[in-house]
Ligand binder design. Sequence first.
Ligand SMILES: C[S@@+](CC[C@H](N)C(=O)[O-])C[C@H]1O[C@@H](n2cnc3c(N)ncnc32)[C@H](O)[C@@H]1O
Length: 300
Amino acid sequence: MTIRDLIKQGYEFLEGAENAVLNCEVVLANVLGVDKEYLISHSDQEIGGDSEFSEDLADLYMAYLKKVKAGEPVAYILKEKEFYGLSFFVDNRVLVPRPETEQLVETVLSFLEEKYGVKRSREFESDAEKFRILDVGTGSGNIAISLATNFQNLEAVALDVSDDAIEVARVNVNQHGVEDRVELYQSDLLDVIEDGEKFHVIVANLPYIGTKTNSDVDENVEKHEPASALFAGEDGLDLYLKMFTQIQEKNVGYDLIVGEFGSMQREDMEALLTDFFGQNWRIEKDLAGLDRMFVVECES
Ligand SMILES: C[S@@+](CC[C@H](N)C(=O)[O-])C[C@H]1O[C@@H](n2cnc3c(N)ncnc32)[C@H](O)[C@@H]1O
């Protein structure tokens, strides 16, 4: 049996489900310990027999595909998800990072470059300006770690109400070697932040699914991913309302606040932003053209 045969077998097993080929490739590459490009360039390579890849790996591949077919997210099965070009450890204690959230990271990096005239860099420069970021609802730590990895002169404080999530984020912080620049705290929103603390950017991807307004959550998402990472009150904006209130009451300093929300919430989000920030905000769409991100710029 060759790599090509296994992909075909997997595809047929998944009965042409959405992303079936991609899922087969991601799972097989992980099981064989190679990248996806290797599967293409070595599609005639034998598995089993004298091959460097034992038959057990083909069995493991099919065992994983059974879980995929049962609806378990591939990322939880493989305990890995790629985000902003980096690999993150994930399991069912955290939300699987979504591609649309990469836009938050890009927006923060571009803002720092444009506003302060600095270039993103993976090399530390001792005399360069330092930046402070607050990541609220960090989950696996994907946002804070992606920022810290791409901007050596950046320090992040990353918060999550869930101790479990903080444990997962710590694995990733260590894995990416940013433990000296990403501090993790268990905190209900900004509870651990001191009055008057200052950050260059506050970034948040808080839960935003409304228990009343969004009844069309994917069945597998609801079944497998933590409810505390998904839902936020009836209209889904409870946590953003509380976060904005805390930022104001604690007089937390910022140049930019960036957050993700659901495309169906634009009107409610606009009203909330206007209440707190007057006209100093804008909404941006994701690559699919859906309203996805709010951006608040400090007036001064
Ligand atoms: C939608 S997930 C986002 C995770 C990650 N930042 C990402 O972009 O993939 C929301 C995260 O917010 C956390 N969260 C929920 N309520 C919170 C609260 N009151 N204070 C802080 N974090 C909270 C959840 O535990 C979860 O990890």
